[in-house]
Ligand binder design. Structure first.
Ligand SMILES: Nc1ncnc2c1ncn2[C@@H]1O[C@H](COP(=O)(O)OP(=O)(O)O)[C@@H](O)[C@H]1O
Ligand SMILES: [Mg+2]
Length: 267
C-alpha cells in the first residue's frame, strides 16, 4: 500500500478479460506514476493489446477496475478519451498526404484553433520540420512512426499509450522513436508502452511489468528485475555490446533517418 498523496496516472485492479474460452487477462494489477514511463513486457499473444484497449476504453473488461488520469474507464469513458492518446502497432499515417497535412487533418478533427500552427509545432517537436512538406509515403520507417506518434499527441494528452511502438522498425528508427518517447516523459507525459523487446524496456522504462499467462508476474525497476537473474546472465545482458550497438556504430546514429539517394556517396 502506498501512502503518497499523488494519484497514480493509471491504476489497474484485478482486471480480467476472456474471449470465449480464452482467458487472456486473469487478474491484472499495477499502478503507473504520473510522468513516468511504464513498460508492459510480454510475448506475442500475452494480452498486451487487450489491456491497452481496455485502458483506452475500446474494450470492456469482464471484471476488475481501471482508472486513467483519475477517471474510471467503465463509468467515465469520455473523460478517459479526452485524457489519452493511443498509437497502435500499425501506423495510421496517410501516405498520400504530406507530414504537415496529416497533422493539420488531426488538429481539425480535434477542433483545435489554428491547426496550421499546431501542425508546425508538432513538426518541430518531432524533428520533422524539413520533411513537413514531403509526402509521408516518402518517409523512412522511423520518420513515419514519429509522425504517427506526433499525430496521436495533437492536443497534448497527459497519458499516452504506445502499443509496440517500434515493432517492425530497423534499429536506427527504433532509436529515433526511443528519443521521442524519452523527450515526452521529460516534458511530464505519462507513458505506458507495450513491447516484446527486453532492450526497449531496458532503454526506456522507469518500471517494467511482465505480463505472462494473464497476470503480472514481475513489476519493478530495471535494477530490481536484474537482481532476479543469475549473475552470469546479468553479465551477458549488461556488459556485452549488442549487435545493435555494432550496427549503429557502423551505420552512424543520425537523427533524421533520411534515406541515402540511389547512387549517393557514402561517408
Ligand atoms: N477479438 C478477439 N477475439 C478472440 N481472441 C482474441 C481477440 N483479440 C485477441 N485475441 C486473442 O487474445 C490473446 C491476446 O491477444 P493480444 O492482446 O493481441 O496479445 P499481444 O498484444 O500481447 O500480442 C491472443 O491469443 C489473441 O489471439
Ligand atoms: Mg499486441
Amino acid at each position: 500500500m502506498t501512502t503518497t498523496t499523488r494519484e497514480p496516472a493509471i491504476r489497474v485492479r484485478a482486471v480480467t478479460k476472456s474471449y470465449q474460452d480464452l482467458h487472456v487477462l486473469r487478474g491484472v494489477d499495477f499502478d503507473v506514476a504520473p510522468g513516468s514511463i511504464f513498460a508492459l513486457l510480454g510475448s506475442n499473444g500475452a494480452g498486451k493489446t487487450t489491456l491497452v484497449r481496455i485502458l483506452s476504453t475500446l474494450l470492456r473488461a469482464n471484471t476488475g477496475t481501471a482508472t486513467v488520469h483519475g477517471f474510471d474507464v467503465a463509468s467515465a469513458p469520455g473523460d478517459v478519451r479526452r485524457s489519452i492518446s493511443l498509437t497502435g502497432q500499425f501506423a495510421a499515417v496517410d501516405e498520400v498526404l504530406t507530414g504537415r497535412e496529416n497533422l493539420v487533418l488531426v488538429a481539425k478533427l480535434r477542433h483545435l484553433r489554428n491547426p496550421g500552427a499546431v501542425a508546425d509545432d508538432m513538426l518541430a517537436r518531432f524533428s520533422l520540420t524539413d520533411a513537413g512538406n514531403r509526402r509521408a509515403g516518402t518517409y523512412s520507417g522511423g520518420m513515419r512512426r514519429r509522425l504517427d506518434i506526433a499525430m496521436s499527441l495533437v492536443g497534448n494528452p497527459p497519458v499516452v499509450f504506445l502499443d509496440e511502438p517500434t515493432t517492425g522498425l530497423d534499429p536506427q528508427a527504433r532509436i529515433e522513436v526511443w528519443q521521442t518517447v524519452k523527450r515526452l516523459a521529460k516534458d511530464g507525459t505519462t507513458i505506458l508502452l507495450t513491447t516484446q523487446y527486453l532492450d526497449e524496456a531496458e532503454q526506456l522504462a522507469d518500471r517494467i511489468a511482465i505480463l505472462h499467462q494473464g497476470v503480472i508476474i514481475q513489476n519493478g525497476t530495471l535494477a530490481e528485475l536484474k537482481q532476479l537473474l543469475p549473475s552470469a546472465e546479468v553479465e551477458y545482458v549488461a556488459k556485452q555490446p549488442t549487435l545493435e550497438d555494432v550496427f549503429l556504430a557502423l551505420v552512424g546514429d543520425t537523427a533524421d533517418g533520411a534515406a541515402m539517394p540511389a547512387g549517393g556517396e557514402s561517408r
